[in-house]
Each structure stands twice: as C-alpha cells, then as structure tokens.
Design a protein around this ligand. Structure first.
Ligand code: SF4
Ligand code: SF4
Length: 370
C-alpha cells in the first residue's frame, strides 16, 4: 500500500513549511542521513514569475532546502530548463531570493552519464547529478500539458535529460504519444526519486504547461514516496479516468502501478478543471496516415497578433518544422511530430493546439468504422 498525504495550503511560508515538513516526516524523510547529497528537482521550465503557475513555487523549494539542511544533509537545486538560462529562471521565479543565505548548491544539469533504461530505448544520457545523488526530492507542479494532458510527478523527471538531448528524444519517439509516455515512465523508474511533493497550490489549467495555460487556485500540497500514486490521486481529484493520462496507462500496462493507495487528509474534488483538448495522434488505416497527419491531426497554430517573433519556438522545435514566411510563422505539418514543445516554450502564449474541423469530423467517422 502506498501512502499519499494531502493537505490544504497557501504559499504563506510558515504554513507551507510546517505542512511540507509534516508531509516529509510522514513519507519517510527520516531516510535522509547526515552528509547525504540530496537533489531537489523542481519544475524550472522557463523564465516565469510565481503568479504564472509555470514553475514550482519558491516557498516550496525553500521548504525542501530547509528540510534537507535540518537533517544535516547537503541540498542541491537543479533542473535543465527548456528555454532561458538557469540563472534567469532562478531570479525571475523568486527562488534565488527565497534561498538567499541558505547553504545550498544551485546549478543547471550539465554533465551526463549514459545509463540503460531498458527496452526499447536502452542507453540514454541522464544528468550526472541525478544519477549520483544519494536521494532525490521531486517537486513537480500541477499543470496541464498540451501533449501529455497533465505534467505531474512522473513527467517532472524528464528534466533530468540534459538540454538539447530532450529534443532528440522527442524526435526518437516521433508522433507516438504512447511511446513518449513509455520513455517518461522508464526515465522515472531509472531515477526513482525518493520523495515526490506536488505543488498544486496555484495550479495551471487550460493549454499548459507554458504561458498559454491559466493559473487556477487549488490550494493543494500532496506528497508520497511514489509519483505514480501522486499522479493517479490528482486524476481522481480532477474526476479524470487515470487511463487518460498516458504515463499512468503505460505504467499499468507494464504492471508497475501500485493501485492500493491510502490517502491521509481530506480528499477534495475539483470541479470544472479545464483540460487541454487531446486528440489521438495515430488513427485510421495505415495507408491514410500521411494524409491524416498533414490535414487532419491536431496541430500547433499561432495567434499572429500575440506573436513577438522572438524565435524561441523555431529554436526549440526538434523537427525543424517552424519557419518564417512573409513575417509570419509557418508550420510544416508533414514534419511536425506534435510534441507541442513550441507551445510549451512560447513566452507570450501565442501558440495553441487546434484540431481542424474536418479532422474532428473524419476522426469520429473513422473511429466508428475501422
Ligand atoms: S510564437 Fe511565441 S515563441 Fe514563436 S516566435 Fe512567436 S512569440 Fe516567439
Ligand atoms: S512545430 Fe511544435 S509541435 Fe510540431 S514538432 Fe515543432 S515543436 Fe513539436
């Protein structure tokens, strides 16, 4: 049986610190020994302020650092951001300020080690700091995700793939959401953080996980030894069938999901949480796949008046599917693998995932007849 601790919280530091410490004590924080090197892995996707709900809140990162310090251990805060420098993110997010005066190492993941995560991916390069840490505290944010529906505890470990290599792995899994989910699950399994504490106090709904999403106050702090248990508890809380979350579906198929979950705390039901529209990326007869991909699949589109031509989307796109044409963004939907990294990194929220009208119609017809 896996225990999940659920508490109502605000970002008032005294409140969140007390609840964080209580949660860690309840899920086995005593494991942290004197002198241990403890990696703290927040979500540091891109430069954003706490009110954007893009990043793990600074008070939660600070509480994690203070918890590790009071155990006589050595905390390190690290991530590999999708855009922007690690330093800028630390500053804009308020984390640098929150950690001022504390004895903590803060640095981006840079060096990596090759490690085997198993079939079908085998060798993968992962942050050396993550592999060599004695213990890991995983600090995900509760956010929606245009490709994977939600980004929670399991997916937060994808940040342990260093820099541009994330794009390579997006390309390797291609236009196959289930395959990408399997990659995420295997990365999580390899790193296996000791603790996961989810920041769902100011969560994100709509078209997350970047600036296109909308902050939504839920007031939830959730912790467990097992990120699968955290993720499936979030699904229950949102009234969502866990099978709709690709990572949980894969984990269940692999037989690695603990389904016996004990909840400690009042279980809130969240009504009307807005999820991104996710449509299947592979469907219909194989001989029609090219046509379907080009004309019918959900795709990234830009809202031109909002676009500032900053170039982050085309620098990030792993497929090289975005270019500039007559001062407008142009998408090559033949190449596009629908990873929606462009939406994730757009600093202005100018990109959205849209399914074409004929796409919606034809998908329903095909689903009925094939
Ligand atoms: S869509 Fe966003 S990321 Fe791309 S160029 Fe425009 S503002 Fe920049
Ligand atoms: S255009 Fe966007 S969704 Fe398509 S491959 Fe590039 S980053 Fe991914």
């Amino acid at each position: 049986m896996t225990k999940v601790i659920l508490r109502k919280s605000t970002y008032d530091y005294d409140v969140v610190k007390a609840l964080f410490f209580e949660t860690m004590d309840a899920i086995g924080g005593g494991l942290i020994g004197r002198g241990n090197r403890v990696l703290i892995k927040p979500n540091l996707l891109s430069p954003a302020s706490p009110g954007d709900a893009v990043l793990t809140h600074p008070t939660i990162v600070k509480a994690a650092v203070e918890y590790v310090l009071q155990k006589g251990a050595r905390p390190q805060v690290s991530d590999s951001p999708a855009i922007g420098s690690f330093e800028k993110i630390m500053k804009d997010s308020g984390i640098r300020g929150a950690l001022a005066g504390l004895d903590v190492t803060c640095r981006a993941f840079e060096n990596f080690l090759r490690t085997n995560i198993g079939e079908p991916f085998n060798q993968i390069e992962m942050a050396e700091d993550a592999i060599n840490a004695d213990l890991i505290i995983n600090l995900p944010k509760l956010k929606t995700h245009s490709q994977m529906l939600l980004t929670l505890g399991v997916k937060n470990m994808f940040g342990c793939i260093v820099g541009y290599r994330k794009a390579e792995w997006h390309m390797r899994t291609g236009i196959n959401r289930a395959m990408f989910a399997k990659l995420l699950v295997l990365i999580y399994q390899r790193i296996r953080p000791s603790f996961t504490i989810l920041d769902g106090i100011l969560a994100m709904e709509g078209e997350g996980p970047g600036k296109s999403g909308r902050p939504r106050e839920l007031g939830i702090l959730m912790g467990s030894r097992d990120a699968f248990a955290v993720d499936s508890t979030v699904c229950r809380m949102l009234g969502l069938d866990a099978e709709r979350l690709p990572t949980l579906k894969v984990a269940r198929e692999m037989g690695i999901m603990e389904t016996d979950i004990e909840i400690d705390g009042a279980f809130p039901i969240v009504h009307d949480f807005i999820l991104p529209r996710i449509s299947p990326l592979l469907y219909g007869p194989r001989k029609l796949h090219g046509f379907i991909r080009r004309h019918l699949l959900q795709r990234p589109v830009s809202h031109d008046p909002t676009c500032q031509m900053c170039g982050e989307c085309w620098k990030t796109c792993p497929a090289g599917a975005i270019s500039l044409r007559e001062k407008k963004l142009s998408f090559d939907y033949d190449r596009c693998i629908r990873c929606f990294c462009c939406i994730e990194v757009c600093p202005y929220g100018a990109l959205h995932a849209r399914e074409t009208f004929p796409g919606r119609l034809i998908r329903k017809v095909i689903a009925r007849h094939f």
